[in-house]
Write a protein that binds this ligand. Structure first.
Ligand SMILES: [Zn+2]
Length: 311
């Protein structure tokens, strides 16, 4: 639906916020449809080193003399080539990834602040943020999001990736969703992932990969974002213990036009709903340390797949 993208009035937002168990920011309706076409090629692979001629030494001088007479003997060329050859992890070193744990622990007690309208992109506005959802037992989405984000951060840092977090505690207010997008943009992140959990129907299960129908970054960014979603879809199926959503979207994909954090991105970015906190089976995974490790591993490995394939 597109009508939900219109400017929401503050009283309505407050009503939602005060309602207690609210769906998360990524859960307010959806646009049905299949994901856009796969991203185009991820760039040419680097070629191997070119052959080095042995003619430089002339073939008649002792090797020591040859080394003395030439500034770059075949051996030194070979050595420098070997030194420059990428190790299995070096392509990731220096890459920047933005992680955005949804909501924040202080949001619930600062309803007015998080109800303030902020740009959503394309001339629309929406609330700064929401409180997020929570399980029937009170386990909050903001806590889950933050716990998973910290695990993902550690996994990425182990691979030499620089991680930029949109928030570094679980007790503050905000930042607003437009600022969360700006943090990834300003960092020129190679990939950005917002981490959420959904507040769906009790009988529904599974993860959702939310993509902007259109971002301010343009079609190239949108295609890259979709590739990022495809890469996380594979790792979620393999590692997370969660299924693609059974109640929303299409096979775990869900294009959206009303999410500021995605609309305003200029870098490849998606939002992942890591299961449904209203479903007992999904919640059991989300509440267990083992379950969160598996989910975090799926996120980290999906990002790494994206980065190593040219993202
Ligand atoms: Zn959320």
């Amino acid at each position: 639906m597109t009508t939900r993208t219109k400017v929401r009035r503050a009283p309505a937002i407050l009503a939602i916020l005060l309602a207690g168990t609210t769906a998360c920011a990524g859960c307010q309706g959806h646009v049905a449809g299949s994901p856009s076409a796969l991203a185009a090629g991820n760039g040419a692979k680097a070629g191997g080193p070119t052959a080095t001629s042995t003619a430089a030494t002339g073939g008649f001088l002792p090797s020591g003399a040859a080394s003395a007479l030439t500034t770059k003997s075949p051996r030194s060329i070979a050595s420098s080539t070997a030194a420059a050859a990428p190790s299995p992890v070096s392509p990731l070193a220096g890459k920047v990834v933005a992680l955005d744990p949804g909501h924040n622990g202080g949001n619930a007690s600062h309803a007015a602040e998080i109800a303030q309208l902020v740009p959503q992109g394309f001339g629309q506005y929406k609330a700064c943020d929401t409180t997020g959802t929570e399980g029937p037992d009170g386990y909050t989405e903001h806590q889950f999001n933050f716990q998973v984000a910290l695990l993902v951060e550690a996994l990425l840092q182990q691979r030499g990736i620089t991680v930029v977090m949109t928030r570094t505690d679980d007790s503050s207010v905000g930042p607003c969703v437009d600022k969360r997008a700006a943090i990834g943009n300003d960092a020129h992140a190679a990939a950005a992932v917002s981490i959420h959990a959904d507040g769906g129907p009790v009988g529904g299960r599974g993860y959702q990969l939310l993509e902007a129908v259109q971002s301010v970054g343009g079609s190239g960014v949108d295609a890259a974002s979709h590739q990022l979603a495809v890469d996380l879809h594979a790792t979620f199926d393999r590692e997370s213990g969660l299924t693609p959503s059974t109640y929303i979207g299409t096979n775990g994909y869900e294009p959206r036009d009303d999410l500021a954090g995605l609309n305003l991105t200029t870098v490849p970015k998606i939002l992942v709903e890591c299961g449904n906190m209203q479903n007992a089976d999904d919640l059991a995974i989300e509440e267990s340390a083992s379950g969160r490790r598996h989910i975090a591993g799926a996120i980290a490995d999906g990002i790494i797949t994206f980065l190593t394939s040219g993202g």
